[in-house]
Design a protein around this ligand. Structure first.
Ligand code: NAP
Length: 226
């Protein structure tokens, strides 16, 4: 039976690179993001041999997340891996009149990811098991002064995923938290310094290998570039 993966935030960057990485590994792909035109071109670029289902999804529209993910899973005839990848980074500091940016980061990176995981767990329970992957970040290990809300969002995602691991294990669902360092994507191109930068292609290859190994709980969290 062909295996399938759902990836949120697949229109650019890591999500897009993961689609190119998993396609030749024989997976069918359920890809979602807000920009449908990018997903349509990605589907074309992936070629006819890979079964690809696409859908518009704004993970901050929390109520729509289960409906969209269930629809993609149905279209693919089942799903074994769900990757909560959609995320944003914003520079914002207290007292600067930019709290709306902090709110956006938390809504997308924390609540949007949790809604993805919640719907993903429901889908995988029906499948009798599978794997949920969260793309967290080394930025979540400490409160970075350059992006405090982003750091907080990734710490929250990692901690949440740590907390659900034992519960989901009972349902044969593995939980994998990946913590990349700098990967060359639109989220960080504005930064003056990007230490230990790697390409999205290399990052996706390393992450796909870690996903395959069902990389487990801390201290074995996956770190890139550190
Ligand atoms: N690049 C790095 O160095 C790095 C390091 C550690 C972790 N990460 C994490 O990796 C993930 C992917 O980021 P990236 O580096 O690939 O950046 P990116 O190129 O900016 O990609 C972000 C993706 O998330 C999607 N997205 C943003 N807001 C969304 C929303 N409200 N609903 C649904 N999709 C949304 C975007 O698609 P649309 O705009 O079309 O919706 C896009 O596909 C993020 O969670 C990021 O925090 C990145």
């Amino acid at each position: 039976m062909q295996k399938s993966i759902l990836i949120t935030g697949a229109s650019t960057g890591i999500g897009r690179a993961l689609a190119f990485e998993f396609s030749p590994r024989g997976y069918a792909l359920g890809l979602c993001a807000r920009r449908m035109e990018l997903l349509e071109s990605l589907r074309d670029e992936l070629g006819g041999e890979t079964q690809v289902a696409i859908a518009r999804l704004d993970v901050a529209e929390l109520e729509s997340v289960p409906e969209v993910l269930h629809k993609l899973a149905d279209e693919l005839g089942g799903v074994q891996i769900v990757i909560a990848n959609a995320g944003v980074g914003e520079r914002s500091y207290p007292g600067e009149g930019t709290f709306h940016l902090d709110r956006k980061v938390i809504e997308i990176n924390v609540l949007g990811a949790m809604a993805t995981i919640d719907a993903g767990a429901e889908i995988l329970k029906k499948e009798g098991g599978g794997q949920i992957v969260g793309i967290s970040s080394v930025a979540g290990f400490r409160g970075l002064s350059s992006t405090p809300a982003y750091s907080a969002s990734k710490a929250a995602l990692s901690t949440y995923m740590e907390g659900i691991r034992n519960h989901l294990k009972k349902h044969e669902i593995a939980v994998t938290v990946l913590n990349p360092g700098f990967i060359d994507t639109q989220i960080n191109t504005h930064r003056r310094s990007r230490p230990f930068l790697i390409s999205a292609e290399k990052g996706a290859r390393l992450m796909a290998d870690m996903i395959k190994k069902k990389f487990g709980p801390p201290p074995f969290r996956f770190c890139l570039g550190l």
